[in-house]
Design a protein around this ligand. Structure first.
Ligand code: SAH
Length: 560
């Protein structure tokens, strides 16, 4: 089979990256496709010219570009000599590219395509591959990196998905790493050339080399003075080929300087380090949520962060089941938070985290539930960012939503509840926050509220003696509610009752922190306390039962 042909026997397209700066692109049509072609042209530095009659419906983004003066609109039907009169002077006014975006008007498309081909003007007619001399690619860009995809017109939706998946696979900051490594390569080449060490042109300015030369991995002995001359260029080629992309993107200018000094051409030949040994690691921090309690409710991202951390700084509330997953070698600190010293405990933790980061460690700041819901997560983010260590933040399943779920309370339910409010029962410095007004179709979840339950219930159901306006709707005393404690833990407890009875129910049963209060008609959707003043449910085994089920399935599978 001819090498130039693809697997199905047909010719392959010539994929190119065109420099179209200052070119004139004719766009025939004014629909949404014309708008997106215009936007693409502008991005590449070209000048789009729209040709369409005055009466045409102009897509709104296009209208904006025309009004802003970015796009020129020639208000009439296309005519043949547009192709040879609207272009740049230096190429005898022939236009550089033509896009026909008229939906359904194939007769004109056929004609324009024929004219363009005769004049060798690249032409693209929408929805008519046979009339195109080129097609555009679905592209992913990150700085100097551009990835283009074509499915040869077989599936544009699939092309856009592939673009997204390729983009998601590539590490962030790859574009700037390419810039940085590119600059180093050029600098090395110039220095080596000035020192007479290399007389070759800089290699690989084109991106279309398919692989390394066969000499790439040749053995270089320490005494090989010829090879020693270009050692730094070789090192760069080697790391570009072998280092994991994630490691390449984390390389800093300082790292490069350190390595290059060690490899400097004038030095003795004894430098054999791979680069790994010399790079001083920069500390990294992950700020993650650990979910409400059960270790199965951790995200995989947080689980991975637990496995790879050097030091874990965990909140007091992080559940034991989660702490059990921490490898033995990993240093763990649990916040020394007790009533009255929350601020000091927080400060102590921040300083501990910072000290570890400055030693180049991988720090995991593990918080309960979700880090950004009543977890001071953003304060910590800001603290570390100010020192140049912006954390990677990973969400966690919040107790606010999952405790209700594990107590069989659907936060929203058709005809019953169409909104959810999450609030705290404790304001800053222990002050009581304003109680939310009654909304019959709302489910309200109160965190950090059980220690002042009676004051909270009182504020929901009656006006404060000093309350002036009295326009706030009070919650009816018969509103259903539930206290959910230690949600998703083996000793989970749910007390189902009403606002009227919740305080005595809680007083009688005692507290089992952490716990929260759910209020609203949704509490009665799946369980109705009937005539009882309250009902108590103990224990939670849902996830463990699931494990057992899975084991059973496996055993049956094995027997077969
Ligand atoms: N960031 C956490 C909330 C921290 S505030 C989250 O997203 O879940 C701490 C409060 O969360 C506790 O006072 C309690 O009201 C609630 N809470 C945490 N875990 C809980 C659990 N397993 N069951 C019930 N309430 C819980």
């Amino acid at each position: 089979m001819n090498n130039a042909l693809n697997g199905s026997g047909g010719p392959v397209p010539l994929m190119t990256a065109l420099n179209t700066e200052s070119q004139i692109h004719l766009i025939i049509g004014t629909n949404s496709l014309a708008a997106s072609r215009c936007a693409k042209s502008l991005q590449t530095g070209a000048k789009p010219v729209i040709i369409a009659p005055e009466t045409a419906d102009v897509h709104f983004t296009l209208a904006e570009q025309i009004a802003n003066g970015y796009v020129q609109w020639t208000r009439r039907e296309f005519q043949e000599d547009d192709l040879t009169s609207l272009g740049r002077e230096e190429i005898d006014r022939v236009v550089d590219m033509v896009f026909v975006t008229l939906s359904g008007n194939h007769t004109q498309g056929v004609e324009i395509s024929r004219l363009c081909r005769r004049l060798r003007i690249p032409v693209n007619v929408s929805d008519a591959p046979e009339l195109c001399s080129f097609t555009l690619l679905s592209t992913y860009s990150d700085g100097p990196l551009h990835v283009g995809i074509t499915t040869s017109g077989r599936g544009c939706k699939l092309a856009s998905r592939l673009r997204r998946e390729i983009g998601a696979f590539l590490p962030v900051n790859l574009g700037s790493a390419i810039d940085r490594l590119g600059a180093v390569r050029r600098r090395l080449w110039e220095e080596d050339k000035a020192a007479g060490l290399c007389d070759l042109a800089i290699e690989g300015d084109d991106d279309d080399i398919t692989g390394q030369r066969h000499t790439f991995n040749n053995l270089v002995t320490e005494g090989d003075s010829e090879a020693a001359k270009t050692r730094r260029m070789r090192w760069l080629s080697q790391i570009c080929e072998y280092w994991p992309l994630r490691k390449l993107v984390s390389i800093t200018d300082e790292d490069i300087d350190t390595i290059l000094k060690a490899y400097s051409s004038g030095k003795s030949d004894t430098v054999v380090a791979s680069g790994d040994d010399i790079i001083s690691k920069k500390g990294k921090i992950v700020l993650a949520g650990s979910g409400p309690g059960h270790p199965d409710l951790l995200t995989r991202a947080t689980f991975n962060a637990i496995q790879s951390a050097d030091i874990i700084l965990a909140d007091k509330l992080v559940p034991a089941g989660v702490l059990d997953l921490i490898p033995r070698r990993t240093e763990v600190r649990i916040a020394r938070k007790f009533p009255g010293n929350a601020d000091q405990a927080q400060e102590e933790f921040l300083q501990m985290g910072l000290a570890a980061l400055q030693k180049g460690k991988q720090v995991l700041r593990l918080k309960q539930g979700d880090p950004y819901l009543y977890g001071r997560g953003a304060e910590e983010f800001e603290f570390f960012r100010n020192y140049g260590y912006a954390p990677v933040v990973l969400p966690g399943i919040t107790s606010a939503m999952s405790a209700a779920l594990f107590a069989d309370i659907p936060a929203t339910h058709r005809g019953v509840s169409d909104q959810v409010l999450i609030c705290t029962g404790t304001g800053r410095k222990g002050a009581a926050p304003n109680p939310p007004a009654y909304v019959s179709t709302q489910t309200v979840v109160f965190l950090m509220a059980l220690h002042r339950l009676s004051a909270l219930i009182e504020s929901l159901t009656t006006y404060h003696v000093d309350e002036q306006s009295r326009s706030r709707q009070l919650w009816p005393k018969e509103t259903p509610c539930a206290i959910v404690e230690r949600a998703s833990c083996p000793d989970q407890r749910v007390i189902r009752t009403t606002l009227e009875n919740v305080c005595i129910a809680f007083e009688e049963t005692g507290s089992r922190p952490p716990g929260l209060l759910v209020v609203g008609a949704s509490c009665h959707v799946l369980h109705n306390a009937d005539d009882q003043k309250w009902a108590i449910e103990e224990g939670f085994h849902g996830l463990d039962e699931l494990h057992n089920e899975l084991d059973t399935v496996k055993v049956i599978g094995e027997e077969n």
